[in-house]
Design a protein around this ligand. Structure first.
Ligand code: ZN
Length: 99
């Protein structure tokens, strides 16, 4: 696979998130990088868009069994299980850029 220019990848992610809500997995398949790389880019993108007067909005992890929302969670880290019902069926966060 050809090396991708970091800046270009970030711009692609930004344009996708300006149009629709997407998870790291969605982004990884459209931009063709790993989910881990997507998350690394997102932490930079969060600052980039803030400097442009926009906002990276994150809907946090949610438990699919009881609906518990991981609002206290550090932004990009993955919780192991729900503290309420101990379920491991968690819905991943989705991202969106609002202007
Ligand atoms: Zn739960």
């Amino acid at each position: 696979m050809k090396h991708k220019d970091q800046q270009t990848v970030r711009q692609q992610i930004i344009s996708h998130l300006c149009e629709s809500e997407m998870s790291a997995r969605d982004l990884s398949s459209v931009v063709r990088i790993s989910e881990k790389e997507v998350l690394l880019h997102l932490s930079h993108i969060s600052r980039t868009v803030a400097s442009q007067g926009k906002k990276l909005v994150i809907r946090p992890f949610q438990c699919l069994s009881c609906g518990y929302t991981f609002t206290d969670r550090k932004r990009f880290s993955r919780p192991g299980r729900c503290p309420e019902c101990k379920s491991t069926h968690l819905e991943p966060p989705v991202f969106r850029i609002l202007s």
